[in-house]
Design a protein around this ligand. Structure first.
Ligand code: ATP
Length: 890
């Protein structure tokens, strides 16, 4: 335990106290020991519930209380069998719910592991990546722009470090940090030599000594707040709860009617009460929210198999309703395999041809020009990427554009390490999407030189001279305009353009990017992903608008958009970031233009947020991709923030709702499709459960109103609900969906789960099932009533079995009517068949086992009885199919 706060201590002293070493870090053994001692570096955001308390909680529901009351009544009146059977039902039901909750939790935990971050620490004297949970006090942490800070740490060396601490302190501007010792008591927001877990680096880099992990961090101390935020119910769960409440009231009303109708007909009040309770239990779909959670969690696992990690349950639901995808270009729509394609220097334009042996053929006169040499030097020195050979395998580390430049330089015979050793980097102005320029200062004994590269229009503004035949000469505005026009032509061929410049012996006071000498331009090729065109087509038919937002040149953006079929030749012009006014100044006309535009180029992160705001104001549900630190606010603002798993920064991944492991646009479309399927499945099992429950209510209500003396007994109702409803409903929750799902328009998130048309369908289904079930009884009555075979028990059994089988077959009515019956997604769902098989085995077990038969008041039936029962159950399937396929109901 540190007595004096770490920010008041000298780092060497602090390191010694913590038995660490700022140069070599901890040893692996030491780190393991510390991990045992301090525990994992995780925030306990939710109270871990024990399995027992989770199990016990299943009994704390109104349904269970009602059933226990019913069991109590049975025991009171010495109906031991009934009482015990009801208790058995309660236990089985609780076990099923417990299992489902356990499954949902498991899925969520598995997903959490998939998005867990890794930290860069020095251990055993080398920089290594370790899972965030394994960071321990005493570790030497390395962080750079875009990294999440994964533990509290004391900085001991930093370069231009800025950290966004808004998550912890509420301060929206990044805080500049350094290693200087602080004195006295300093408030959290002013501890500028400390890094805090949960915040992120916006600029620069730093090495820091970890002083606190897990619940011992400042974030850990406020974990109770995080707890509340995480436990909020998803909108879907809320809607289901509302639906359940509505149903409870309807049921209570109906049950009261049935109760009094029964009494009026002189039935025994205990019996009537038991039937009423059984009915109430039958009609209230208590399990809906948990089944929905399970369906969402299982859906998330399925998406993970498609390389999409969804981080919040609620996001799955929003995905289904997404109607705009704002996507960036590089890597998402293109392959992100960037290679130099064209060299443009004052003496002319040269296309670069790569030979199969890995070399390039650049004409001698170009190779010998000073401009070209300077560009190649800049490509190596003004570059943050690296090519490492490990075990004879070339590893590319860094941004693909920078890697492409390095690879080009090496094919030109340059040794990257040698050049970098000869001209060590002493300063850097990092590339940002605002400046669109990167510059570095290099010094060796005799010279110091700046190399810069960046977007053509931006870099040309910083150039005062141009290198012509080895000499820097004046660079006029008209010459610059001619260069811009020439590069635009290249951009319209789909090339990404980079201008290069340098300056010698700069004054140390001035910015690196002032008074540069322009050397030339490289055109880089990044081919579009071929599979994206089909995904775009799918979006079109699914009513999803796709907008490309890129920091790249409008002509490059247009070319790629045309190649992918995102726009046609006659489409509206591409909107340039410089033509996008401030949000507050937008006229209605401007807003209309923004909403109609499909490609936005040279856009800043702030403009991305403005566009999302406008779209959201116009009731769009927006999915937005991003990768950099600056994209984080836009990712957060979007309804579905999408981060790139391969090239995205940790920050982007942290604030996103969804991470694409393969960075591909196609995965977004897969995710939306899955989101729709999951929602559709939830609707299916809600409709299934409701229509089944309603049919039971109708059957009992009818037999009570008509005073039929063969009504269902309470245990039969409970059995139907436990067996015939639950398993097929669960199977519906994992239906794979059909291709038609991407032909519908996106769902309006404000519409209820069950709309009026579906209510109509549910009532019709229930009515048809009731009609067939009562029809079966009347048929047997018609056949037997003049014989000694006819008796009320037989009628009751026919009623019971017809209802059981009608409900089992009813699962097939949940498929879409636009698809042929045998090709429908429900018929093709193997789990539906498993569920039916299990149900049939259970029903047969009951039928063939004497004690169970007694419990459920079942007697043996003749072949003819079975023909009637099964025949009428199939009739209900047939009638509903006809009604669906003729468009009478959904
Ligand atoms: P996309 O939407 O295609 O992913 P982006 O929005 O990420 O693009 P930026 O990476 O911000 O776009 O690039 C904008 C421009 O900045 C590019 O057209 C290029 O000219 C220039 N540029 C890109 N990367 C670098 C870099 N590493 N160094 C210097 N300039 C760069």
């Amino acid at each position: 335990m540190l007595v004096q706060p770490p920010y008041t201590k000298d780092t060497a002293v602090l390191a010694a106290e913590m038995h660490s070493e700022v140069q070599c870090g901890l040893s692996s053994e030491e780190a393991d020991k510390l991990l045992q001692q301090h525990g994992q570096n995780t925030i306990q955001s939710e109270k871990q519930r024990s399995l027992l308390s989770m199990l016990l909680q299943q009994f704390a529901s109104p349904m269970v209380l009602l059933l226990l009351f019913a069991a109590g009544l049975s025991f009171f009146f010495k109906e031991w069998l009934d009482g015990t059977a009801i208790l058995a039902v309660v236990v089985i039901n609780a076990l099923i719910s417990f299992y489902m909750e356990l499954q949902a939790n498991r899925s969520m935990n598995a997903l959490k592991h998939m998005v867990s971050l890794s930290a860069k620490v020095i251990r055993d004297s080398s920089l290594q990546e370790v899972p965030s949970e394994n960071v321990v006090p005493g570790d030497v942490l390395y962080v750079e722009a875009g990294d999440m800070i994964l533990a509290d740490a004391r900085i001991f060396s930093s370069t231009q470090l800025e950290v966004d601490e808004s998550a912890l302190t509420g301060e929206s501007l990044p805080v500049t940090k350094d290693e200087a010792v602080l004195a006295g008591e300093v408030p959290l927001a002013e501890r500028v030599n400390m890094l805090f877990k949960g915040t992120f680096v916006t600029k620069g880099n730093a090495y820091a000594l970890v002083t606190g992990t897990g619940m011992g961090t400042e974030l850990g101390k406020i974990a109770s707040l995080v707890q509340q935020a995480e436990q909020a119910a998803t909108p879907l769960e809320k809607k289901l709860e509302q639906l359940s409440k509505k149903l409870i009231w309807i049921t209570v009303g109906l049950v009261i009617v049935i109760f009094f109708a029964g009494l009026a007909q002189g039935a025994e009040w205990v019996k009537v009460l038991e039937v009423s309770i059984a009915l109430a239990v039958a009609a209230i779909p208590e399990g809906l929210p948990i089944v929905a959670t399970l369906a969402l969690a299982q859906g998330m696992l399925r998406m993970a198999k498609h390389k999409v990690i969804v981080k919040r349950l609620a996001a799955v639901e929003t995905l289904g309703g997404t109607n705009v995808i704002c996507t960036d270009k590089t890597g998402t729509l293109t392959q992100n395999i960037i290679s130099v394609n064209t060299i443009l220097i004052p003496s002319g334009k040269t296309e670069v041809i790569y030979s199969p042996d890995g070399t390039v053929a650049v004409p001698k006169e170009v190779q010998n020009s000073v401009n070209y040499q300077k560009i190649v030097d800049a490509a190596i020195l003004c570059n943050t990427a690296n090519l490492e050979v490990k075990n004879n395998v070339l590893r590319e580390v860094g941004d693909p554009l920078e890697v492409g430049l390095l690879k080009f330089s090496t094919t030109e015979g340059k040794d990257v390490h040698q050049v970098r050793e000869k001209f060590p980097k002493t300063r850097e102005e990092a590339f940002t999407s605002e400046t669109k320029i990167m510059a570095t200062l290099h010094e060796n004994r005799s010279t110091s030189i700046v190399f810069a590269k960046g977007a053509v229009e931006e870099l040309l503004q910083k150039c005062t001279r141009i290198l012509l035949e080895g000499d820097p000469q004046d660079f006029s505005d008209s010459q610059k305009a001619a260069w811009i026009a020439q590069t635009e032509l290249l951009a319209s061929e789909g090339l990404r353009l980079l201008a290069f410049a340098y300056k010698e012996t700069p004054s140390l006071q001035e910015s690196l990017t002032q008074g540069l000498v322009f050397t030339g331009v490289l055109g880089l090729l990044d081919p579009p992903r071929l599979e994206v065109s089909a995904a775009l087509e799918e979006c079109k038919s699914a009513g999803i608008k796709v907008i490309m937002i890129t920091g790249d040149h409008p002509a490059t953006a247009r070319n790629i958009a045309l190649k992918l079929g995102l726009i046609g030749d006659n489409e509206l012009p591409i909107m340039h970031g410089k033509d996008m006014k401030d949000f507050a100044d937008l006229t209605n006309q401007d807003k209309k233009r923004w909403l109609e535009t499909v490609v936005f180029a040279r856009v800043t992160p702030k403009q991305k947020i403005d566009l999302i705001t406008l779209l959201q104001e116009n009731k769009y549900i927006v999915g937005m991709t991003g990768d950099g630190v600056n994209d984080a606010p836009a990712i957060k603002k979007a309804d579905i923030g999408i981060a790139m798993g391969l090239r995205g920064t940790q920050v982007a991944q942290e604030v996103s709702d969804m991470v694409l492991k393969d960075d591909s646009f196609t995965s977004i479309v897969v995710a939306i499709k899955q989101g729709r399927i999951i929602f559709e499945n939830i609707k299916k099992f809600v409709a299934y459960l409701l229509s089944c429950n309603l049919s039971e209510l109708f059957v009992v209500a009818f037999s009570s109103v008509l005073n039929l003396h063969f009504a269902l007994v309470p245990l039969q109702i409970l059995f139907i609900n436990l067996v015939t409803d639950v398993l097929p409903a669960l199977a519906l929750g994992v239906t794979e969906g059909n291709n038609l799902i991407m032909k519908d328009k996106p769902r309006n998130p404000d519409t209820p789960i069950i709309d009026n048309q579906q209510w109509k369908a549910i009532f019709t289904y229930a009515a048809v099932i009731t009609f067939c079930v009562l029809g079966a009884v009347f048929a047997s009555h018609y056949l037997y009533h003049q014989t000694e075979l006819w008796n009320p028990q037989l009628c009751n059994n026919i009623l019971f079995f017809t209802l059981v089988f009608s409900q089992l077959w009813h699962v097939f009515n949940m498929s879409s009517a636009q698809v042929a019956f045998f090709k429908s997604e429900v018929v093709k769902n193997k789990y539906v068949w498993y569920a039916l098989a299990v149900c049939i085995v259970l029903v047969s077990t009951v039928y063939f086992t004497q004690p169970l038969r007694d419990v459920l008041s079942i007697y043996t039936m003749s072949i003819m009885d079975w023909v009637i029962s099964l025949g009428f159950s199939f009739l209900s399937l047939l009638i509903i199919q006809v009604l669906k396929r003729t468009g009478v109901v959904l």
